[in-house]
Structure formats: structure tokens, C-alpha cells
Design a protein around this ligand. Structure first.
Ligand code: SF4
Length: 282
């Protein structure tokens, strides 16, 4: 274990091209209350504040949140078969109690859910990660950072063993913007999502100019809904458009024996998040 807390990675700075660069060690609490985030990326602030507890957010860092592992009780039970813990051993979740597991992005090898709220917002906003290693710095699109489980669920991300995330950079903000983050869970706080939806809408006289949509709690990695976004752009921001977008976002869902309810829940979360984003539009 190497303590990296002394590294100078705690700055948040606006870049010349209107993007926002955030140091890897900025805490979740500081990020959520930073004026630039509250003003230009309210989805990020809301998603962070929906996660964990105040005490955890005071300690959790930007890069640490991105690097948190998928969640599955069988992974932590050394008596269970788990391809992620021991490649090739099987997956006891698929035929077991899988109420909390993924309906999107899973494979025959693993269906564990990515648990982050913050990462749902990063997926919707558009984010670039800066990694540092022996060869110097390189950048990677956040959308390419977390891996689908496929046949290698023990490989969760694209960070090399000798690399660090040193910063993330958010795409320029949409303006004007309506946003909403809706998190549905078994209890009101300090609980992971059963389904969550992050929505951003840019409207002009009731018509959708730009749309961003991402899901949490239902997929094996932070889940951007590009097909749903494409359906929304150019449409009137009404219930029909929102419902079609939700259907598109869940079209590829593959529920397991105990989690078909997540498809319904996510669909409703999308419609409500889009409605709230519309109502919150300036
Ligand atoms: Fe392991 Fe993934 Fe199966 Fe859970 S879902 S038991 S983490 S292989």
C-alpha cells in the first residue's frame, strides 16, 4: 500500500476551452460544493450527494470513487464460485440470489453492478481521465475506462498496474441546462441504487437541443444511453418522447431470475429524471 495523499492533486481549475480539470485527490464533499460544479455541472453535485454518507464523502476522492469495484456479495464470500475473484471458477450469482445485480452489460461470466453515483454523472457529462505512469501522461475517455465483464470479469478497468489517475477533465458545460439525478433504493440514505438515472436537457422553446442520459445501479459499468439520447434530440420535451427514450435505454436489458423489477424501475426513473430536468430548465 502506498499513501499518495501528499501528492499535489487537489486543485480544481477552469481550462481555457471552458472544460473543468479536477485533481484526483479532490474529495467528493469538496467537489460537490465547489461553485463551478454547482453552477455548471449540477448533475455531478447531485449525484455525489446522493452517494454514501457525509463522513464517507469527506474522505472519498474523485479517483477513488472511479476506482471502486463492482458490488456482489458472492465476490466477498470465499466459499462461493466467483469468476471475478478466481477466474474460471464460475458465477454463483447468476443462479443464486441476484436481486441487486445487473440487467445491462452483463455476461455469462459476471453480472456484478458498478455501484458509483458520481460515475453516472461523469458518463453523462463527458469526461477525460489523465493517467500518469513511467512513460509519462496519457489520456483516456471515461467511456472507455471501465471494462465490460465479458469473459474476463477480473479485469475491471484500463489503468495499468504502474499508473495513477492524476486528474479528470469535464467536457464544457451545456447551457442553458436542466438536470436531474434520481436514485431509487431500498432505504433513503447510505444505500446503493437499485436504479438511478442522470439526465441533462438543453431546451429551446420546448424543443430538445441536446440530451444526455446515463444509468446507475442496473449495469456492469456506468451506463450512457446513446440511443435514447439520439431519440430525444430535436423532439418536443414531452411524455411521449421521454417514454420512447426510456424504452430505448432498456431495450437490451437481460433480467435475471430475481431482478426483472429493475427494468421497470429504471424505465420509470428515466421518465421521471427527464421530466424533472425539463421542469428545472431555466
Ligand atoms: Fe463473481 Fe461477478 Fe458472479 Fe458476482 S456476478 S459471483 S462478482 S463473477
Amino acid at each position: 500500500v502506498i499513501d499518495i495523499n501528499a501528492l499535489p492533486l487537489e486543485d480544481i481549475e477552469r481550462l481555457g476551452d471552458d472544460r473543468l480539470r479536477i485533481g484526483a485527490l479532490v474529495t467528493n464533499a469538496d467537489l460537490a460544493r465547489h461553485p463551478a460544479v454547482r453552477e455548471d455541472y449540477p448533475l455531478l453535485a447531485r449525484a455525489i450527494l446522493a452517494g454514501a454518507s457525509t463522513q464517507v464523502r469527506n474522505m472519498a476522492t474523485t479517483a477513488g470513487n472511479i476506482m471502486q469495484r463492482t458490488r456482489c456479495p458472492y465476490f466477498r464470500d470465499v466459499a462461493a464460485a466467483c469468476n471475478k475473484r478466481q477466474p474460471g471458477s464460475g458465477c454463483d450469482a447468476i443462479g443464486g440470489i441476484n436481486r441487486m445485480h445487473a440487467v445491462l452489460g452483463g455476461s455469462e461470466a459476471c453480472v456484478a453492478v458498478h455501484p458509483s453515483d458520481m460515475c453516472v454523472a461523469l458518463a453523462a457529462i463527458g469526461t477525460t481521465l489523465t493517467l500518469h505512469g513511467p512513460q509519462g501522461e496519457r489520456e483516456i475517455d471515461f467511456a472507455d475506462f471501465h471494462r465490460l465483464p465479458g469473459t474476463t470479469p477480473h479485469l475491471e478497468h484500463m489503468l495499468g498496474d504502474d499508473e495513477l489517475i492524476v486528474a479528470i477533465t469535464l467536457d464544457p458545460p451545456l447551457r442553458p441546462l436542466g438536470t436531474a439525478y434520481l436514485k431509487l433504493r431500498d432505504r433513503a440514505s447510505y444505500e446503493f441504487a437499485l436504479a438511478s438515472a442522470g439526465a441533462m436537457l438543453s431546451l429551446d422553446d420546448g424543443m430538445i437541443g441536446e440530451a444526455r442520459l446515463a444509468l446507475g445501479g442496473v449495469a456492469t459499468r456506468p451506463w450512457r444511453c446513446h440511443e435514447a439520447e439520439a431519440l430525444l434530440v430535436g423532439r418536443r420535451a414531452d411524455e411521449a418522447a421521454f417514454t420512447q427514450a426510456a424504452d430505448a435505454a432498456l431495450a437490451e436489458a437481460q433480467p435475471l431470475s430475481h431482478n426483472a423489477f429493475k427494468v421497470v424501475l429504471a424505465r420509470q426513473a428515466i421518465v421521471r429524471a427527464l421530466r424533472d430536468a425539463r421542469e428545472g430548465h431555466p
